[in-house]
Design a protein around this ligand. Structure first.
Ligand code: GUN
Length: 296
């Protein structure tokens, strides 16, 4: 039987509509409007697309959006001074610096300048440390989105063999921490892993975030596995440009129990989770309980 398609678009729409309701209630009952500041440095084409979507969705759910588009030549001093201003601004509950940054700027120093309470990307070392020690943290949006999809698909994750392919700070490492917190047995693999097909074949849950089209073949999938494909790769086939993931979708669909498509799988969840993190950061900031169905 063909694998079920995990409809990330529909699940993200459900989450986004709960966020919209929570934002309205915060305004109606407390006169508070969550606000998200997005900083973009330079004109990386993919970042342009992502930032536009983030700003549009922020406005759609009724939150305040503060967009700062800076030239590629911006100095570290100027960028850090903007972040300090946003850290001190009570109308701003979340701050996101879109990555990658131009090469003269060091992402780790820039992220460290963001107040951890406003770090809605969950990239600050404080949030990374909290997550890895099982404490309440702001969790990076893409892995959080993957976890929500897994919880929607599987009754329980406890005791499952999980393999994460990719060890980035943005996806692979936090994904592994989240799966560990669910009591999965976790292996983190990457491009240099020897015997990668064998490692993948162990997985009841396979999460791939490598950025290589069709790296993962159908015969690398354990029958009945759940596959979450984070890869977003632009390819040209038959003269047409299209998006594909890291997994050979056709081949994997014949073996897996459930799989995310690309596009329409993990992608829409990332933005919904960013909005959810901003509502949670706002509630924490003003001492209100995080709304049900929006915080994780
Ligand atoms: N670049 C690619 N993904 C992300 C993300 O989740 N957050 C930020 N800030 N930059 C990114």
């Amino acid at each position: 039987m063909a694998a079920a398609k995990i409809d990330g678009k529909a699940i993200a729409e459900g989450l986004q509509s709960r966020i919209g309701a929570a934002v309205s209630e915060l305004w109606r009952k407390h006169g508070i409007q969550p606000g998200l500041a997005v900083i973009q440095v330079g004109e990386d084409p993919a970042s342009e697309v992502y930032v536009r979507s983030k700003v549009r969705s922020t406005i759609e759910v009724g939150m305040a959006s503060f967009q700062h588009k800076l030239p590629a030549t911006t100095s570290e001093v100027d960028l850090l001074s903007l972040i300090a201003k946003l850290n001190a601004d009570p109308a701003v509950h979340g701050i996101l610096v879109q990555l990658p940054l131009p090469s003269h700027l060091k992402a780790s120093s820039v992220i460290r300048a963001i107040s951890p309470e406003k770090d809605v990307d969950g990239f600050h070392v404080s949030n990374v440390g909290l997550l890895s020690t099982g404490q309440k943290a702001i969790v990076p949006c893409t892995p959080l989105g993957c976890l929500i999809l897994l919880r929607e698909t599987l009754e329980s994750l406890v005791g499952l063999e999980a393999v994460v392919v990719g060890h980035s700070n943005i996806v692979g490492k936090p994904m592994a921490q989240l799966l560990l917190a669910e009591n999965c047995t976790v292996t983190v693999a990457h491009k240099e892993t020897r015997y990668l097909p064998e490692v993948c074949r162990r997985a009841d849950v396979l999460v791939t975030a490598v950025g290589r089209p069709a790296l993962i073949q159908g015969d690398w999938i354990k029958p009945g596995a759940t596959v979450i494909d984070v890869g977003i790769n632009r390819i040209t086939s038959g003269g047409k440009r299209r998006l594909v993931g890291d997994v050979d979708f056709e081949g994997a669909s014949k073996v897996a129990r459930a799989i995310t498509p690309v596009p329409g799988g993990v992608g829409p969840m990332t933005i919904a989770c960013l909005l959810a993190n901003t509502v949670s950061a706002c509630c924490d900031n003003v001492g209100l309980a995080r709304p049900d169905g929006v915080s994780f």
